[in-house]
Design a binder for this molecule. Structure first.
Ligand code: ATP
Length: 335
């Protein structure tokens, strides 16, 4: 995760944004409320992750930020300018989910093409291309046909094209979708380098592990509504307390049963489940959801007073996946 200092000024400011699409068919007109009063901010220097299941409204929100779609209600601004205004657009770099670059290009000629679209001069394009090809690790391959490029190389070229005009905000739509672990890690490193250089990054992804590693803050969108926003720890703290899993050893099955029943009866507030699976000599796994450290200590005392040997103890923090499942309404294991 980036350690770049984050300023408090919102670069992306979305206030109560709603979007209703109308669609018409032979059966009549239909309305789809893709966004229902979405509010969020991304500040300068942040890597902000937008997460949500299919159909949540992520693409619609990105299109609003780019000025391609107009909100039905509310307002969205970038750098204090209305989303879609020429000034706001000139400061955004965008990497779509699937960037189609003509295969007859090389990385260098592709960057020249995109530089010209941004009204850059040849010298400026050449200098910027050198920097970007270095940044995305394509310096030695810049004169090869794109036909020989892997998916990961294409995606890194996509990042370079999004950066050609040196934007302050990068909007990345599923930047590592379809890449293998090596390709993902390469793209992730570029994102981290960009964040360190002070760029603000707004990232739409459904790869939760990646968002967990790379993003400083996230928002979870489901059914057109923000279900939670903040750092990963803030989000996790809002949905669940720590879970402690312990491996316990008993002398025999009878004492194991007796103890497990007693534990479940006396600690109804935080004992969730005891797996009576036997591992070797009477080892049982007990999984408890315990709200604070003092209660963990108390519970360990309770176990020790009954002569139970604790052979392992693990405090398990909820992952972003646990939090995500909870916030979008899919029951998880311990959340
Ligand atoms: P995915 O992860 O599957 O790409 P998403 O989170 O990006 O989904 P959107 O593409 O923004 O979600 O779609 C949100 C809702 O709006 C969906 O129900 C979708 O069918 C609907 N929708 C999107 N674009 C249009 C459109 N142009 N006309 C009508 N409905 C639309």
């Amino acid at each position: 995760m980036s350690t770049t200092p984050v300023s408090s000024a919102p670069i992306v400011n979305v206030e109560s944004v709603g979007k209703c699409y109308g669609s018409w068919s032979l059966r009549g007109s239909q309305k789809v409320h893709a966004l229902k009063g979405v509010t969020l901010q991304a500040r300068a220097g942040e890597v902000f992750g937008l997460l949500g299941p299919n159909g949540a409204g992520k693409t619609t929100l990105i299109k609003i930020l780019l000025g391609v779609v107009r909100p039905t209600s509310g307002k969205a601004s970038l750098f204090g300018e209305a989303a879609g205004s020429p000034l706001a657009r000139s400061r955004i770099g965008y990497l779509p989910e699937t960037l189609r670059v003509d295969r007859h290009h090389t990385a260098r000629s592709a960057l020249k093409f995109y530089g010209r679209l941004s009204s850059m001069g040849n010298r400026q394009i050449e200098k910027r291309s050198d920097e970007l090809l270095e940044l995305v690790g394509l310096r030695g391959r810049d004169r090869e046909s794109l036909k020989r490029f892997s998916k990961g190389m294409n995606q890194r070229l996509g990042l370079a094209q999004a950066l050609i005009h040196d934007p302050d905000l990068l909007v990345l739509d599923e930047p590592t979708d379809g890449l293998d672990p090596v390709g993902r890690s390469e793209v992730r490193k570029v994102i981290e380098r960009l964040s360190e250089s002070g760029k603000t990054i707004f990232l739409n992804s459904h790869i939760l592990q990646e968002v967990e590693v790379v993003c400083t803050r996230v928002a979870i969108l489901a059914d057109g509504e923000i279900r939670g926003a903040g750092t990963i720890d803030e989000l996790a703290g809002g949905v669940t307390s720590d879970a402690v899993s312990m491996d316990l050893v008993f002398d025999d099955q009878e004492s194991a049963d007796r103890f497990l029943n007693e534990a479940l009866e006396t600690h109804t507030d935080y004992c969730l489940k005891c797996e009576a699976s036997m591992h070797g000599r009477g080892t049982h796994r007990l999984i408890a959801k315990i709200p604070e450290q003092a209660a963990v200590d108390q519970f360990v005392d309770f176990l020790r007073a009954r002569g139970v040997s604790i052979v392992g103890l693990e405090i398990k923090r909820p992952s972003l996946e646990d939090t995500f499942m909870k916030l979008v309404g899919i029951p998880g294991d311990l959340v």
